[in-house]
Write a protein that binds this ligand. Sequence first.
Ligand code: NAD
Length: 290
Amino acid sequence: MNIGFVGLGNMGAPMARNLAKAGHAVRGFDTAPTSVDGVEMAVSVTDAVKDADIVITMLPDGDILRSIASSIHTAMKKGAVHLDCSTVDVDSARAVAKSAESSGLHALDAPVSGGVGGADAGTLTFMVGGSESAFASAKPLFDIMGQKAVHCGPSGNGQAAKICNNMILGVTMIATCEAFALADKLGLDRAAMFDVVSTSSGASWSINTYCPAPGIGPQTPADNDYKPGFAADLMLKDLRLSQQAASVVNADTPMGRKARDLYAQFVEGEDGSGKDFSAMLPRFEKQGRS
Ligand code: NAD
């Protein structure tokens, strides 16, 4: 396929490289100077997309996505697919899909889970919103960039799945960290705590796979001085998106709101920016009861 790739940052660059390595013709564009193995750099965003069968965008937020969509939709070939893999608000995903349709294109919102490591290894999970036929045409690319792609329904539903998943993740990570900090103060050994909880009803991905306590359980960012991994700043972004969506549809999400407030305090009022989101554990260790 001819692929246009816009946004070659931490995630986009390895995803584009894997597509080129698999034999696709990839033309890339980014506003920052960059080069990616196997990817031909275009002189402008329209130059990157004009001959593409599929255009992939991997951008920081919904405003940038909307602005890129307005420049590329009129430049793309009729019948081509705009596959957005950024994490953005549900409203932006649906607005971009509508704009694509009115230009005779197909649109998919397909945010990812798996982080930079997954992008590099081609093991991302895609949560996809859009039509069955657009999903089928992008499936060969999902298979190169990832290990799983779930079709979640119409446009916007990929973003809905992503923010619901990450709201659960933020809440369970906080619960796991505060429980470890409580266990410390009660004199319970961390290894014993891990052995019990990881095989009991308190188990979750946050403790079993991504244990926030250094030296306990599998290797995680906690064993690397809390270097991300998945940065607390990105968790805060996703929790804000979930609260924005909850307010639009009038859903009661008190734990999600509390998790957003705690990550905001950690990232913007304390020393959490740039650290892995599991660094909530040393944060709780330092705290007394407020
Ligand atoms: P990044 O900041 O490294 O990359 C974004 C890229 O977009 C940058 O290279 C930037 O120069 C480029 N860009 C910005 N405006 C542009 C424009 N107008 N035209 C062309 N290029 C433009 O971010 P990232 O970590 O690669 O994340 C990308 C998306 O993936 C975000 O929505 C993020 O929330 C999501 N995500 C990231 C991770 C992660 O672990 N990094 C995990 C899951 C999802």
